[in-house]
Design a protein around this ligand. Structure first.
Ligand code: IMP
Ligand code: MG
Length: 178
């Protein structure tokens, strides 16, 4: 896998530091609330498992799978592949996403989840690529701003590969024929 990486953008230590920081902020903001972390499969799974352990207040978790990506290009349509297993009423929902890119996924997801009447709903994304935004979505918690390049590792894939890299790397353009 290593030979396909152009540059390491964030090391394991930098990621751990950012996740700890987000966990502290969320724990303070949601003290006394009914926190439910909703993670978006599969990309956010690594972030989710680290983030939930950095959160020091009680919280419930659930997962949902949506797809809008194939390869490195967003197709523009969003589909629910796996829905949540519980109703959202009474919960302060925090969507946990790996990366906010065009914003299509989260724009769609916010619309769907808001209809289920949670007490509140906010977004936590580890990475934000503001330059790529198509839909007007803003995250309430952002780990790091990233350039408009294709990144992999720490859950993020290219055609289902590289999710298990412990750091974030920029893929060599020749790997995806760019
Ligand atoms: P959006 O709907 O365009 O905001 O895309 C969000 C989803 O696209 C994320 O949840 C990722 O799964 C995927 N994605 C966007 N940019 C990247 C990237 O640089 N590397 C890997 N996956 C990405
Ligand atoms: Mg994703």
């Amino acid at each position: 896998m290593k030979q396909d990486i152009d540059q390491i953008l964030f090391s394991e230590q930098e990621l751990a530091h950012t996740v700890q920081y987000l966990g502290k902020q969320i724990s303070a903001d949601y003290e006394g609330k009914n926190l439910l972390l909703v993670s978006v499969l599969k990309g956010a799974v690594v972030f989710m498992t680290d983030l939930m352990r950095a959160i020091t207040i009680p919280c419930a978790i659930d997962f949902m799978a949506v797809s809008s990506y194939s390869g490195t290009k967003s197709r523009g349509e969003v589909q629910i592949l796996k829905d949540l297993g519980m109703p959202l009423e009474g919960y302060d929902v925090l969507i946990v996403e790996d990366i906010l890119d065009s914003g299509r996924t989260l724009h769609y997801l916010m619309g769907v989840l808001e209809q289920r009447r949670p007490k509140s709903i906010r977004i936590c994304t580890l990475f934000d690529k503001p330059e790529a935004r198509v839909e007007p979505v803003q995250a309430d918690y952002v780990g790091m701003i990233v350039p408009n390049a294709f990144i992999v590792g720490y859950g993020l894939d290219y055609n289902e590969k590289y999710r298990n890299l412990p750091y974030i790397g920029i893929l060599k353009p020749e790997v995806y024929g760019g």
